[in-house]
Design a protein. Sequence first.
Length: 289
Amino acid sequence: MAARSALARKPRDFADAADRLSPADFRRLTAHIHAVCGITISQAKSEMLEGRLRRRVRALGLDSLRDYAAWLFEGGALDEEGPALINAVTTNKTDFFREPAHFAFLREVVLPELSQRRRPLRVWSAACSTGAEPYTLAMVLDAHANDADGPEFGILATDIDTEVLAHARRGVYPLAQLDPVPAELRRRYVMRARLAGRNEGRITPDLRAAVGFGRLNLIGEGYPVGEPMDVIFCRNVLIYFDRETQARVVAQLADCLRPGGYLFLGHSEAGVGASPALASVACAVYRKH
């Protein structure tokens, strides 16, 4: 039976391998993606794009990528399918305490300085993915508030992908993903699943309550985030934008900072933060004049 089942799947596998985007469909799909969210997808990444979109083809019960493109552009489904299309193409690599030097700098330099102002801190995780970054920030800020008499804080966490935002709000992660969290912080802020065999942990309710999640497109005009921020983390997303878009996003992020506030970019984006409003103070860390 196993052999027959494997053979039965082969025609679909071969069909998938032969199902490719035409040059015209590739161009109009990548142009739409770039216009909506700023992501640049080169021809070299065509197989990656096709692989991700085949999941949508299967989910919708369509027969091919050709049918999917026709449904979007000739069938008038672009508005309906638009959010799912963007969800499919966004990259959501994330880890707790990713690029740990940034959190050391936050803890040792930024928080002692900003704490002197004795008012609640506003922090923004501007490409939060499934929530590891904003919850890491919440752990560091809450530990500082409790252990060093630091100020109260609130964290805004945004992303363009609605699916990862739903995951982030739940705050549930495999224990292996939580390994980078220091043991003392895991003890304080992570609850182990009680059911046997559920190798998961959940962020504690109090810490989840400190983070507000919402959808935001970084290439939009102006960011509706309320009062100016003290700290913004926008890491490992600008690498997917062209230079013009990078400069525009950095300028808008700087506009959202208080004077003396800090912008953290990904280590691979260290040269992207050049702006008249910002001074480099550490690797991929910038302070607003």
